[in-house]
Design a protein around this ligand. Sequence first.
Ligand code: HEM
Length: 420
Amino acid sequence: MSSTISDTISEQPRPLPLPLPLPREKKCPFGPAPEATEIRAQSRVVKVTCPTGIDAWLVTRYADVREVMGDPQRFSNHSGQAGHVLANMPPDSPVYEGDFFRMDGPDHIRFRRVFAPAVSTLKRIELFRPMVQRTVDGLLDGLADAKEPIDLHEQFAKPLTTAVIAELLDVPLADRALFHRVAEALFSGKTDVDDLAAARFPLFEYVQDLVVTRRTKPGEDALSVLVTRGQDAEIPFSDIELIKMAAGLLVAGYDTTASLITYGTLALLDSPEQYALLHENPALVPTAVEEIVRLLGVGAGLLRVATVDTEIGGTPVAAGEYVVVAIQAANHDPAEFADPEHLDITRKHNAHIGFGHGPHQCVGQQIARLELSTALATLARRVPSLRLAVPLGDIEFKTETSVAGPVSLPVTWDEVLPAR
Ligand code: HEM
């Protein structure tokens, strides 16, 4: 496989037909796909054919990825995001009202100004901290007496992130199936436009009712903040815009974080000395979280489109051409990170781009950090004997989805210590 890629790169400009996301290696499941590593080492930018049939420039080096993501004047989000690389979604479809993740410049900033007070202020995060800790402790208490190995993904990570998102927007936990369905459709490589629309429609209807209620009776939750700030904005937000923002939070916030909690725990258990270090030294939790986001990141590339004739790393890129940025390959670039394939929870220099970079970087990153740090710190403190219940080689990983991670994580332990 590797010699084929090297040969093809040297014969460029013939586009390389690549399955995206590139499957991660089973033998070493924590790094980017070997093809991405090889492309990064060989050539700064290569033309690839995405599964959707579109040709795009694949960018894998850290400096180049940051340049593309940080320069919306040259690289627009209009083409869409991961779904438009992976799935059967035309990247040149119109940008509809409220599609903030496909907007640039002032149109996009208008949305971010309302998102910020709703989800990313320090006050909001601090308000959330006790609830997240209570949920993590409650889940562990419930599992403590399990006689058989448990699936950490299904029984711990998913219920935690679902509860947090439900609390954030103050929606009943019982309605979670609605947003799970959309998240699955959005992040799956098998979804086409019609599937996604069919999954989204009931969610939009549901969120519409929530928006109408919050307009008349606002509470303290993030959705109420979106609605009231949106009403008072210079250009007031329409119901459709608010619905898409709320639905965006419901969908973007749960699968990504759940997968990284599971995947991060697996990486720690595969390096037991790092897990033991976290148990002995809880002050390392913040750097451990950043390291896990860097090492494992999100799976698929994100899509951009060049707005002008330009170049990336010396390669000319014409206006209208697509660009796929490979975040995880960039986060493993040895030009930026020492010993990048190695999990080092004490890593000091770690300017990773696992939450993106530039104007579209993750609005939920502080919430994700809170969930990851509470989950990992509590596991390390209360379950020091946590270990895999099957060999690493038996763990199945998600494929054809833009959010990477194990399908399930069977774990076991000797004892769960009481909560503090
Ligand atoms: C560990 C978990 C997470 C990871 C790795 C992650 C990663 C990302 C990345 C890489 C982007 C940039 C997309 C781009 O540039 O096109 C992004 C955007 C976004 N994320 Fe996250 N995310 C996580 C958790 C969350 C959570 C918890 C929420 C909500 C509460 C959230 C909401 C969003 C939204 C709404 C956007 C779109 C922002 C925009 O287009 O302006 N994410 N995320």
